[in-house]
Design a binder for this molecule. Structure first.
Ligand SMILES: [Zn+2]
Length: 338
């Protein structure tokens, strides 16, 4: 098993970082981004969705078309090397078409067909499929409804269901939904994404980074454990429940090769770095310097040390790229060997 995990780590450290939650039994399912980018028929999905909305096809045909896309992708995944390694770890992958973007902060129904790849514990397949079916049902309800309030209600329900499926702490799911709702309905500016950035800057995480790297990762900041997934936003980086998830994952790796634990810590560091660079991007591109969010982050970004500013500038255009994330983690593990 260690060998398969080692292979996953060397092929794709970010996937390793996500998959550890399944192995450590804190989640039955995870949702890594950009790992399985099979040619995914998004245009076909979009056309089919509009055909359904305009009633050129009925619901049964619509569901059939979605199933066809998913089956086609499943077949192409059969030869995928990472999927083979995961299989040996008792883990499988299922492509799932989503039609509505739940995360985007728009009152209108955000139709954005996309293929998500759920990575799950093979023995939990029935459970995972049942939840995905529920999500599909709610998405179709959203498409059928003309009422913005009931659409929003279903979008938030999907976020809750998905959060539970991915093993996120309840307090964090509830806070995420509360902030999203306030943001969409009242224009409240602090989204869950921004809140994490503010938390990290206020706790002087950039300075902590230096200390951690200088100690070759033997020193570590506890709040970083709350950032246990690239898709997850804790209710606070001090959330005990979220920190616990990250710690359980690290403990799971404790008895294995040293590089795994270091790899995991570097994954946590990368996730925090991702948020800080995202904040930096909005700081330099923001047009409204008076917004309270920009004021809150500006006071930190305006006094960066030149060497830190240089790192943020070099990362700002590549931060969302999976290859960059993987290289960051590998590099970080290499450096901490010295
Ligand atoms: Zn929480």
């Amino acid at each position: 098993m260690n060998l398969n995990l080692k292979n996953v780590f060397s092929i794709n450290p970010i996937l390793f970082f996500e998959v550890v939650r399944i192995l450590a039994n804190v989640a039955v399912c995870v949702l890594p981004q950009q790992v399985f980018n099979v040619n995914s028929d998004n245009l076909h999905l979009l056309n089919t969705t509009f055909s359904y909305i305009s009633r050129s096809i009925n619901m049964q045909k619509f569901k059939e078309e979605i199933n066809n896309v998913e089956n086609r992708i499943s077949n192409t995944l059969e030869d995928n090397n990472i999927k083979k390694e995961l299989k040996e770890l008792g883990i499988d992958v299922i492509p799932f078409c989503t039609i509505v973007d739940k995360i985007i902060s728009s009152k209108e129904m955000p139709i954005f067909p996309n293929v998500q790849y759920y990575v799950y514990k093979t023995e939990e397949e029935d459970f995972v499929k049942k939840i995905l079916e529920k999500i599909r049902k709610m998405e179709i309800e959203i498409l059928n409804s003309k009422n913005i309030k009931s659409q929003l209600k279903n979008r938030l329900k999907i976020i809750k269901l998905e959060g539970e499926l991915l093993g996120y702490p309840k307090c964090c799911i509830n806070e995420f939904i509360k902030l999203k709702k306030k943001n969409i309905l009242e224009g409240y500016k602090v989204t869950p994404e921004k809140k994490v950035i503010i938390d990290l800057l206020n706790s002087k995480m950039l300075e902590e980074f230096q200390k951690i790297i200088e100690s070759s990762l033997s020193y570590f900041n506890e709040s970083l454990y709350s950032l246990f997934s690239m898709n997850f936003y804790p209710c606070s980086i001090a959330c005990r429940n979220a920190i616990e998830v990250g710690k359980i994952c690290e403990e799971y790796l404790d008895n294995m090769e040293n590089a795994f634990k270091k790899g995991y810590r570097c994954g946590l560091l990368f996730n925090a770095f991702y948020h800080i660079v995202t904040g930096y991007n909005s700081y330099i591109t923001s047009k409204n310097k008076d917004s309270s969010y920009i004021r809150q982050i500006s006071k930190h970004y305006c006094k960066l040390k030149p060497e830190i500013k240089e790192i943020l500038d070099a990362s700002k255009n590549v931060i969302t790229n999976l290859h960059f994330g993987n290289a960051f983690i590998k590099n970080c593990v290499e450096r901490s060997k010295m």
